[in-house]
Unconditional design. Sequence first.
Length: 589
Amino acid sequence: MERRIAAPRTAKQRPSGKFDVKGFLHLIRQTKPKYWQLWIGLFLGLIATGAQLAVPKLAQALINGLGHAMNRPLLIGVVILFVVSAVVSAFSGALLGFFGENVVARLRETLWQKLVRLRVSYFDNVKTGEMTSRLVNDTMQIKNLLANSCPQMVTSLLQLVGALVIMLLMDWRMTAIMFIAVPLVMLVMFPIMRQSSKIGHQRQDAMATFSGETDETLSEIRLVKSSNAEGYETKTGTQQIQDLYHIGLREAIYDAIASPIMTASMLAVFVGVLAYAAVRVSEGTMNMGTLFSFMMYLFQIIGPAGTLARFFTDLSKANGSTERVRDLLNEPEEALDTGMAQSVSHATLAMEHVDFAYEDDGQPVLRDVNFEAKPNTVVAFAGPSGGGKSTIFGLIERYYSPTHGRVTIGGADVQDFNLSDWRSQIGYVSQDSAIMAGTIRHNLTYGADRTYTDEELWHVLQLASADGFVRKMADGLDTQVGERGVKVSGGQRQRLAIARAFLRDPKILLLDEATASLDSESEAMVQQALSELMKGRTTLIIAHRLSTIVDADNIYFIEDGHVSGHGTHHELMDSLPLYRDYVKIQFKD
């Protein structure tokens, strides 16, 4: 099967520092969240904030009355307010947490449904680990913003504004100091928050890259071992870990700087206000209750100010995540259920003047390809490696669409057919048949739209000459094959793929060098199973065995992306020198 190197994906523009509110809200609306949880959670949060704002005013009256009899009802009222505030705040946090978890779950469902429906060309250019990072890390950033940062920002803003308004009514001169001091603190913090957000972007991108590299390496661990590449992968992985480490160090430094500066700035404001208030008390222009109440409001301002600072940092981080998730959701996907469903039995499969390139401006892989496969015939494709044979199969499966020309069945363009129905009528067996982690039963019925009995499964295994080795396994049909089918041999994996094809009962059979990598014994058994599978079906074969070529009804010689000639084996041997040379080299004939 041909291999190709995908062109690098064009880098998208980096998210700007400005948060795209419209895009964020559109993304959230796509998840159809339970808004009642958000609104009730925010409402309870506002009640809790209101209770917290009322406590200092009650404390003011309580302290002013300390020289007289204890005002027990007032004291009980303060205690009740504290308790109510804590309980309501807990309910608010729980509801907002439920809302956030619901959003992230539905967002991940949306992303997962999108990923499995994306066109194959997308997977040619993007590493699996990067997509996993979008599914896990970026959605978590969005969830943190939605469920934690935004509600905290709303309640903190209310608490900050409420406290400042009450303080202004209590003593405008002291409050004026606050109105000047707090913006100065935010002005000091802004450069640090801006740099912290940039580092957050770098960390997310580095995490996605690292996830992609490790996923690729671990999925091909046998290649790593056989190539003695442990040292190389260790060095490469260590370098990426070190890159993440240094980004983490910079993030830790800025986080470490931000917290003390915020604390020191607010402490300076606190000390300044306290000193000024002490002077006012000594002059008799302010009583102790007012001073105590004012300090409590000051404490209530410190927390929200820090929360607002963190909110802007989280906002910037989530902006990058939102941008990447939206980019993924905007990728074109396959229209699986549109178009007409139609049986392809007794219909001729053909390509008409097909051109194809993997990239819009890339080198053409196929050029003016024409072929015809009549019902219940065997058509073979032969030619040098890299000529475009497997690409033809990819176009028949509709993994890709022709740049020019069309693929037809019975004269109708296959692009007009229902894609799911079209693929259900095609059986594809490649030289390295994919197999999923799980049981043999799971692999045989993978993607099936109905439940099969054990008898049906054993029957197709028998047809594929696979029932013998499956019966010898301890758990039979429920035997685990391991990740990527590592617990079964290459020949066994091929026969399981053939059994799966038998179960699908396809009308069109695509065999992509299905026995190329097998030993002689396995090849003979697989070839026997394939011969049984080919009966009564239109079969297209990428040929590597002379007997397959000789027996084919029609052979198309593919070279450098175009058809050099076609006919039976003997016709091509007589008329096409390129084919004759190819046969002599390939088969030592």
